[in-house]
Ligand binder design. Structure first.
Ligand SMILES: Cc1cc2nc3c(=O)[nH]c(=O)nc-3n(C[C@H](O)[C@H](O)[C@H](O)COP(=O)(O)O)c2cc1C
Length: 151
């Protein structure tokens, strides 16, 4: 029997940019045959992540390259380090240039030992950056690790 792959996209977004990235990732995964759930960090109970093949965590960056507190709380609530995490985020190079751009993406990736590169989007992904999202997802699907949740 054909087993469908499942992914969840957990994201934190105040003004909607990271949410837009999450939506694009969802569209791409669905087009590739995944069943996709979305979780807005800070709203409701943290889902059971062990039931997903791939986990996508998204966040904006704050306060000179920092990870927002809600994201830190989410990480604490999970309570373990899944090994199938892919990190994405939005930021703005006006806040400290390349050094601080999407610093939270780098920090989360490091925390989860996520070997696949993080996706960093300058504010809204709509327009020319949509291709960046598409390329990233293609790379994740081709090269990224999946947790085999059925063994
Ligand atoms: C006070 C403040 C500080 C920020 N600091 C950074 C930063 O250090 N690095 C960065 O890349 N973006 C920084 N940003 C930009 C946001 O991360 C960016 O606007 C992001 O797209 C917002 O995401 P959201 O629309 O999902 O809430 C900052 C924004 C604000 C308002």
């Amino acid at each position: 029997m054909l087993k469908l792959m499942r992914a969840i996209i957990c994201f934190l977004s105040y003004s909607g940019n990271t949410e837009e990235v999450a939506e694009l990732i969802k569209e791409q995964l669905v087009a590739s045959g995944y069943i996709v759930d979305m979780y807005m960090i800070g709203f409701g109970v943290v889902p059971d992540l062990s039931t997903y093949d791939k986990l996508f965590f998204g966040t904006f960056t704050w306060d000179r390259g920092s990870t927002p507190d809600e994201m830190k709380d989410f990480v604490r609530e999970i309570g373990y380090k899944p090994d199938n995490v892919y990190v994405f985020g939005s930021g703005d190079t006006q806040f400290g240039g390349n050094d601080l751009f999407c610093g939270a993406v780098d920090k989360l990736r490091k925390f989860y030992n996520s070997t696949y590169e993080g996706l960093k989007i300058e504010q809204s992904p709509r327009g020319s950056q949509e291709k960046t999202v598409t390329n990233w997802i293609e790379g994740v699907l081709k090269n990224g690790k999946s947790k085999n949740i059925r063994t």
